[in-house]
Design a protein around this ligand. Structure first.
Ligand SMILES: Cc1ncc(COP(=O)(O)O)c(C=O)c1O
Length: 352
């Protein structure tokens, strides 16, 4: 058999490392675990898994639509937001088309583009931020997709409503702008885009959110896209039936109503962020102020080397060499205890 050329050239995704017994701060998951209400819903739904789930995901889509002030026709649920970006590429990328994103960002944008024979063009970040002007400069008549990551993984930086509006104005109607807002729930800086409000004016906008981060459901794989109905319909044409499983649907609906868990998770994130900033300052390490649940810190040493040392000491973090940041690590903001252990490991690794 001859594997397709675009797959042969494609580097596999490198997930955050799991190590038995180690604290995992490598994949920006919720350190408090899953929402308790989601856990309850999971227990209740188990007996029903002999049946296929609702292929339309209607209950979840209605709940999400109500939350965003839209109709269920504007929501596409997927097996993680990873599936939503895959659907965007499946729907719009033909071999030879291009997509555009930042050089130092989430690698899946490149994967989905190349999977369908497209080519990715990159603009470097400017000071850790998406350089929207440089990205717009890469867009031409062959560009089908632009992936914006806001807040950006791995720097945790954001662009504003004004920045997004300007950018959208420059886009040709045949170019879809995907605003990946996987970490939007954690943002506390003013000016973060209300992207949903821009859908009325921009039929070529797709917003993505996930249950993997704030809601603690990464292992269940639920994410969603928000778009105008016509665009949502295009994505659905490429979707595999039943891709969002029955427990995932039940847990996501319950998690959405778990205000206590959400508040607690945000408070833990705020406190952990302040603690880690203080410790990085004490250690003289540069970092990007973050709007997410992780921090990108520059240790000044080889990132793979530092990751291995810290892992041997009991904590997994993400080395950022593959993101184009060879001396930086991305660490998920953990619980108070996890953050203290991480800092002790980091300090020891730096002193070796
Ligand atoms: C920016 C960004 N988008 C999307 C995802 C994927 O999220 P999901 O678990 O919903 O597929 C991640 C996961 O780490 C991410 O960092």
């Amino acid at each position: 058999m001859k594997i397709r050329q675009c797959l042969r050239d494609l580097a596999p995704y490198i997930p955050g490392r799991l190590k038995a017994g180690a604290i995992k701060l490598a994949s920006n998951e919720n350190p408090l675990g899953p929402s308790p209400k989601a856990m309850e819903a999971l227990r209740e739904c188990v007996a029903g898994v002999c049946l296929y789930p609702d292929n339309t995901c209607m209950g979840l889509r209605e709940a999400l639509a109500a939350r965003h002030g839209l109709g269920p026709g504007n929501i596409v649920a997927g097996s993680g937001s990873d599936e939503i970006m895959m659907l965007a590429a499946a729907a719009y990328v033909n071999p030879g088309d291009t997509a555009v994103t930042a050089r130092e960002t989430f690698s899946n944008y490149t994967f989905v583009t190349r999977l369908f024979g497209g080519e990715m063009k990159y603009a470097p970040l400017g000071n850790g931020f998406f350089d929207l002007e440089a990205l717009a400069g890469l867009v031409d008549s062959r560009t089908r997709l632009v992936f914006l990551c806001n807040p950006n993984n791995p720097t945790g930086t954001c662009f504003t409503q004004g920045g997004l509006e300007d950018f959208l104005r420059k886009m040709p109607p045949e170019t879809l702008v995907v605003s990946d807002e996987a970490y939007a729930d954690f943002v506390d800086a003013p000016g973060f885009p209300d992207s949903v409000s821009l859908l009325a004016k921009h039929p070529n906008l797709l917003v993505m959110r996930t249950f993997s981060k704030l809601y603690g459901l990464a292992g269940l794989r639920v994410g969603y896209g928000i778009a105008r109905e016509e665009l949502a319909g295009d994505l659905l044409r490429a979707k595999i039936s039943f891709s969002v499983n029955l427990p995932a649907l039940a847990a996501a609906r319950a998690a959405l109503e778990d205000r206590d868990f959400v508040e607690k998770s945000l408070a833990v994130n705020r406190e952990g962020k302040a603690y880690l900033y203080g410790e990085f300052d004490r250690l003289g390490l540069a970092y990007y102020p973050t709007q997410a649940n992780f921090i990108c810190v520059d240790t000044g040493r080889d990132s793979g080397d530092m990751e291995r040392r810290i892992m041997e000491l009991g904590v997994t973090v993400r080395p950022l060499a593959s993101f184009g940041l060879p001396t930086s690590l991305r660490v998920t903001i953990g619980t108070r205890e996890q953050n203290r252990i991480f800092i002790a490991c980091l300090e020891k690794a730096l002193s070796e």
